[in-house]
Design a protein around this ligand. Sequence first.
Ligand SMILES: [Cu+2]
Length: 160
Amino acid sequence: MAMARKTGLVLLWVAVAGIVLLGLSLGAEAAEERVFYMALIEPKGGVTVDKEPYPAGELPKGGGYVKTAPNPAGRWEVSAYQFSPATIVVKQGDRVTLEMVGINGAKHSVHVDKYRPDHVLVKRGEISRIQFTADTPGLFTIHCKEHEPGMEGHLVVLPR
Ligand SMILES: [Cu+2]
């Protein structure tokens, strides 16, 4: 009985050691090259005043929201500029490329807090790339100067 219990304990320790070693080896995995393809877009909705009245309230200024008053046919529209995808998740040490294509809007001036503080121009129909090594874990904002306050993305750098 005591022998069986001792064998059980040894097996338990082997299992625990195995799990710890697996965890260490996963944690020590090499940094990776990661490319994210982001479209700079402007989803839009519209309707005519006979179906929905034109909303009187103001939207926040800064270019991120656009609301156009009813045209002669009574149609009004609203839109918002966005990054798609808007959330980027990497691990500390990864070499990151954000490949951005301008779809809507003539131009965007994009920066990434800490990693790319100067503005990178993205024009419609063109591709601009932001590259950096994600050496510091944390949450960082991806921001467009032309379309405030809503055109924001989020960079999540997980500790390795
Ligand atoms: Cu923009």
